[in-house]
Ligand binder design. Sequence first.
Ligand code: SIN
Ligand code: CO
Length: 396
Amino acid sequence: MTNSILPKDFLTHYWQKKPLVIRQALPGFQSPVSADELAGLALDEQVESRLVIEHGDSPWQLKNGPFTEEDFANLPPNHWTLLVQAVDHWVPEVKALLQHVDQIPRWRLDDIMISYAPEGGSVGPHYDQYDVFLLQGQGRRRWQVGPICDDNSPCLPDTKLRILADFVALDEYVLEPGDILYLPPGYAHWGVALDECQTISIGFRAPSHADVVAEFGQFVSEQLPDSLRYSDPNLEPAVNPGLIGADAIARTREIMQSLLTDENLGRWLGRYMTEPKYLDQAPATLCMDFPAIRQAVKQGLPLVTALASRFAYIPGWLFVDSREYAISDELTAFAQHLASGFDELDADFLLQEAREKPQALQILVDLVNQGALQLLEDELDDDYEKDEQDDQEDEL
Ligand code: SIN
Ligand code: CO
């Protein structure tokens, strides 16, 4: 079942191809986060936030959070924007918006950013490298969309922001709450708040080719022994000793090709794309064993995936926050469910799997203890000290 609000032909005609406005994609929609709550998040040092002030000490001034109450008190009456990154890591109702774009693989998600602006607020004309769904959450925003830009498009000097110097609007739309503008990477755009305005940006990331090559190379190289070397046992006599011949290039290509297996590529992609967005925000680890987990589920605690955790799988492997777990074929349904993107998991199914399959039990326990799966109760850490777990062992 899908709650997607994207048209059936979205992937064929629009995804990564051209912009699309979806009027009233979510009729009656109201942002799940108030302007005050957004400002509150921007005070937190764990949250990435920015202020863009159009006419500050310099034009298009950028300030990075965390902010103080005083920073907000000193803002001009209009023409500024507060941007809060990864609100989906903090507010379950914001993460739940992902169900509406579930044709797009979850592992492509970057984050959900929310902007708040009074009238006139904007971050200037620019382009992004990522696909983005711009959902209007409050008030109205006028979007102007221009042509596709690239690294050669001139930008304004004297600002840390990449503001396009020669923005030309080709289309214009005024979005109201519940409307969505989809933009593929590269399209110039400029959104200006017409009144007090919130825009929710569901952004999808794509690794650069440079990252694919460098990071994949790093991943495979870590598995290769130093003794495995370029070799040329059937070397022909060198006519020109300085020439690197076609045979040497072919041997080098063979080395590369032997590493480009589906298994290597899949394992790298799984690890890389599930890397947590904020590496310094690992959740506290627990030491629960299976009986303790089962007990907590029996008490009615919902089993959920941590808001910031990323899950993906390929045949043979499950990836969670850049860790990989080898899985046999019989664990495919288990991995599929974990990586399904459901807000609340089917704990009975997962526990049943764990009871029947030792590999599933190990993974389940590890994921709970790593904080990627959570049993929703604040005091859980104190409840399950090591001693208590030992007492419960014979319940299994
Ligand atoms: C905004 O929400 O103000 C800007 C979002 C964007 O242009 O990507
Ligand atoms: Co943008």
